[in-house]
Design a protein around this ligand. Sequence first.
Ligand code: SF4
Length: 357
Amino acid sequence: MTALLEVEDLTARFDTDEGIVTAVDGLSYRVEAGETFGVVGESGAGKSVAARAVLGLIDDPGRIERGEVRFKGEDLLSMDESELRSVRGDRIALVFQDARAALNPVYTVGEQIAETVEHHLECDPEVARDRTIRLLDRVGIPDADARYSDYPHELSGGMCQRATIAMALSCEPDLIVADEPTSALDVTVEARILDLLADLTDEFGVAVQLVSHDLGVIAGTCDRAMVMYAGEAVETAAIEELYYDPKHPYTAGLMSAIPRVGDGRDRLPTIPGTTPDPIDVPSGCRFHPRCPFAEEACTRRNPSLVDPETGEPATIGTDRAAACLEYTDGLEGGLDYSVEIDGATGEHAERGGDCDG
Ligand code: SF4
């Protein structure tokens, strides 16, 4: 069956003075109707570019080099700008990191949402106003009737993000693409916004593609997730599998670095090094300079996503996939790491060593 969103072999490049940056390289994934799908990785992994590319929002000097983005079976990348504009907002909505910047400072919050409602639902202003107030109330803005007339600068950061979520929901989209929606907020407000997103996903039946650098946020919010590194997907799995039994050393490193209540560790493990220069990515497996299990073969061969049980190449429909030579018998020593989750240990062991980075 066709998924709500299918992204296949998406490749986006930017021409810069220093050279060509391949921000997203051969990315394939799907988002099912009604699910929350996470895209996670460090800064520079390409996750935000991937999110923007879905909606054709890659501006000069960037370009989508190849690939397909199918929404309900229709290829968005072959649409002209006016067709794409009608998909944006009507069927796919965006929530950005900087909510205040996403709102127009010279209009009240209510006017902005009501205008969107009026345009997309073709209703009269009074109906749009009533719907807007109901939405503001639903996303937890107190005294929504009065707050309708507030300007963005009169709202806190958390309230602004609630307002942009109300705007995203205002046209009853099938998919919300949320790009780091909580990273500008403090942790208490972040938790409330994530709870709100989860509630609204259930209530409105809308799917969410949630982009975050924080695997803790993804683990607590999503049904499935894709881990990105240096423009490529390195692992895709249901969230429990990713959390308890990560198959890629990079995912294992990220998981080890999540602080957990009562875990007693004095210091959180880190992954050594930094993400590579996007103009000069390492040969072979892009993670090899930071990987505790790297062997000589890893410097020559760039592993593709495969089913870790069978070694078969992953397709867009594969539920569990990882990109490591381990799963195509390309490693001599194998992998050995464990990730402790609230006292339980998810192990992945074939030889000695650890992955605390
Ligand atoms: S292919 Fe090699 S370097 Fe890459 S993740 Fe696997 S073991 Fe590490």
